[in-house]
Design a binder for this molecule. Sequence first.
Ligand SMILES: NC(=O)c1ccc[n+]([C@@H]2O[C@H](COP(=O)([O-])OP(=O)(O)OC[C@H]3O[C@@H](n4cnc5c(N)ncnc54)[C@H](OP(=O)(O)O)[C@@H]3O)[C@@H](O)[C@H]2O)c1
Length: 213
Amino acid sequence: MKLSINMAMTLDGKVVRPDGKWYGLTSKEDKLQMDVYRSQSDALILGKNSIINDNPVVKIRAFPNALNPRPVILVRNGTIPGDKHVFEESDHIPLVICTKNNLKEIKTDLENRAEIFALDSGDIDPKKVTGILKRKGYKNVLLEGGPKLNYSFLDGDLVDRIYITLVPFVIGKNGLAGIADGASAMLGFDEREWALTNSVAKGNEIFLTYDRK
Ligand SMILES: NC(=O)c1ccc[n+]([C@@H]2O[C@H](COP(=O)([O-])OP(=O)(O)OC[C@H]3O[C@@H](n4cnc5c(N)ncnc54)[C@H](OP(=O)(O)O)[C@@H]3O)[C@@H](O)[C@H]2O)c1
């Protein structure tokens, strides 16, 4: 199974606005490119905060006949409201992966809206997530953030590819997340190299592809 991250980032390396959300900073071209990546994927992992803050529409709009990837949502604590777009606009019933601690809450809120898979622990080990997705037969999985989720998969060295769109803005505020946001530096980060395998400039944006060496 191949796992790819896709993120848009400002010229100063931020992936969230000062209000903690991400909207209005990408072009039509970036949205189209996002649909290209989605159409090449069979599952799409989304972070809890991204769903709550941004309520993204995960349906592919650019290619009417494309099969949408199946949304996979990781919820470690608490629950998420069942009225988010991700539960309404998909070809598939989303898969929600939770822990033994929040299973009851998740069931109450999402029983008829999602397939629920509870891990037998209080945390969500990203390696277990990739194991579940592999067993379910998914081949190309796209991780669309946010930065905390990206961090946990990158930290576990589970990511094969990173797509970055560089968008022409500078925010400048300190403390805003970059593509990976965790408490400590990843062990051996300077030995984990990435190869630039594609770069395309369109308008004022650059679309980059990095593959894990
Ligand atoms: N620029 C872009 O392309 C882009 C793309 C996506 C998102 N974003 C921005 O990123 C913001 C959200 O970022 P975020 O980092 O706070 O949220 P996130 O990555 O969307 O969600 C993080 C949350 O997911 C849950 N989670 C479950 N399993 C986890 C695991 N193994 N490791 C880490 N977290 C796990 C945790 O919540 P619980 O512990 O509470 O369950 C955690 O707080 C969004 O508001 C959006 O604006 C930007």
